[in-house]
Design a protein around this ligand. Structure first.
Ligand code: SDX
Length: 430
């Protein structure tokens, strides 16, 4: 592997250092490029730009590989729980039994939310999207749980991590109950993280919720699959906002805002809306496929394609299995699954999708799993956000400890007007 890259501009040759990766792309270090050459690089969407060094997740877009701290997603999905995987992402190693117990107790201790937050919910207009509510509520955590000067920075950060992981889940269930005028159900110390969430969502004083182990396992796996994914849009938002030295809650609130977009985490809701629309239109896929291929049409085949994976998203393969398992176990027949299957089969034979390397991504089957769990469609992306919490937290922690870290401040290529003078209004448009 070369240890420098040569860049020739005009009659000058510049040498730029190479930063070697453990796996995947190594990098040309361009930190001195502008000072030495006067040039900047141009990379809209930063798809070819490393914004940081990271040791948290690794993806191989060609072979469809995803590992968290080196462990393949397939093994974690099969053997781990969401909280154990969260511990792995945040701390770098799988926990010992003692460490896992301590972590679970810490999360339980921080599972309630300030009663004052409930009144917050009351003032959102009816029909407010849960992602907008969640982003605001998470940002307000700093006000409800201010730093205490006597605490060390490490202690403060540990509390913020536990509160973020535990209270966001409680806030999500609370927003669902309040939006429907139902009694808010509090977390129970005897329940695990995922079981507590399902109970807080669906338990009722008149109809106790029966916690099914298979549903809890499916939810754990669902969240494990969403837990981290290198420098995706919402994680980049967390790092960018965090680079201004904002606190963890504010950075996560920015991540939630970015995740809500239909090209990102909001796609899981958009997929179901697309499948429902196909069903309402008699199951005819053709118009949707034609629109997806029309570059003038902003419509995309939601749940298909990926900025990194140019093959089947390894998480989508597992999500598809969860889908079949849940529907079979609980004897649920969902016509949208049949449409999803037909769409996948049709797209994989279509030259457009083949040439563009468009395969199902994590969002394609996830909505059908959530429907089977009874999660309302406008909460699908909230479910993605809860799953991504450990990723956002671990990436934020890694950024504040990174010796190379700087305030995020990209440059530009200016293509606007050259210097010109102000024209008094009476002389304009003459
Ligand atoms: C997530 O980054 C992450 O890791 C994200 C995520 C995570 O875990 O954090 O994995 C979660 O966001 C998954 C993606 C969910 N989004 C969707 O399902 C929305 C539909 N997908 C597309 O919008 C698209 O595939 C993107 C945005 C996800 C990725 O697009 P690319 O490959 O970065 O770049 P692009 O949009 O320029 O697409 C390249 C070409 C274009 O055609 P041409 O102009 O070159 O002819 O592929 C076409 C696009 O039009 N294309 C699609 C398409 N996806 C890409 N055409 C139709 N339908 C699609 N779904």
């Amino acid at each position: 592997m070369a240890d420098t890259a040569k860049l020739i501009i005009g009659d000058k040759t510049y040498e730029l250092p190479i930063i070697e990766s453990v796996e995947g792309s190594s990098a040309v270090d361009i930190r001195k490029l502008r000072i030495e050459t006067g040039y900047v690089t141009y990379d809209p969407g930063s798809g070819n730009t490393g914004s940081c060094k990271s040791s948290i997740a690794f993806m191989d877009g060609k072979d469809g590989v995803l590992r968290y701290r080196g462990i393949p997603i397939e093994q974690l999905a099969k053997k781990s729980t969401f909280i154990e995987t969260a511990y792995l992402l945040i701390n770098g190693e799988l926990p010992t039994p003692e460490e896992l117990k301590t972590f679970s107790v810490l999360l339980n201790d921080h599972s309630l939310v300030h009663e004052g937050m409930r009144h917050f919910f009351d003032n959102f207009p009816p029909g407010s999207h849960p992602m907008h509510i969640l982003s605001s509520m998470v940002n307000s955590l700093r006000s409800f749980y201010p730093e205490i000067p006597e605490r060390s920075e490490e202690e403060e950060i540990n509390k913020k991590v536990a509160r973020s992981l535990s209270k966001v889940r409680t806030l999500a269930a609370m927003s669902y109950k309040i939006s429907r005028g139902f009694k808010v159900i509090y977390p129970k110390p005897e329940l695990t993280y995922a079981a507590n969430f399902l109970n807080m969502m669906f338990d009722s004083p008149v109809k106790p919720y029966v916690i099914e182990p298979e549903m809890v396992k499916a939810l754990n796996t669902f969240w494990i699959l969403h837990a981290d994914h290198e420098q995706n849009c919402s994680t980049a938002a967390v790092r960018l906002v965090g680079s201004a030295r904002t606190n963890l809650y504010t950075a996560i609130s920015a991540g939630i805002s970015a995740l809500g977009g239909p090209l990102h985490g909001g796609a899981n809701q958009a997929v179901i809306e697309m499948l429902m629309s196909i069903e309402e239109n008699g199951g005819n896929l053709k118009p949707y496929l034609e629109r997806a291929k029309d570059r003038k049409d902003p419509f995309r085949l939601y749940g298909f394609g990926h900025s990194v994976y140019k093959t089947y998203d390894p998480r989508a393969k597992i999500m598809k299995k969860i889908c079949h398992g849940i529907l079979e176990k609980f004897n649920i027949s969902d016509p949208l699954l049949d449409i999803a299957h037909e769409l996948e089969e049709t797209a994989k034979k279509d030259p457009y999708f083949i040439d563009h390397n468009l395969y199902p991504n994590i969002d394609f089957y996830s909505g059908i799993v959530l429907r089977a769990m009874g999660i309302p469609i406008n909460m699908f992306t909230v479910m993605f956000a809860i799953g991504r919490l450990p990723g956002w937290i671990s990436q934020w922690l890694e950024s504040i400890e990174d010796p190379d870290w700087k305030l995020h401040r990209p440059r530009q290529v200016y293509i606007g007007s050259g210097k010109r003078d102000y024209i008094p209004i009476r002389k304009r448009n003459i």
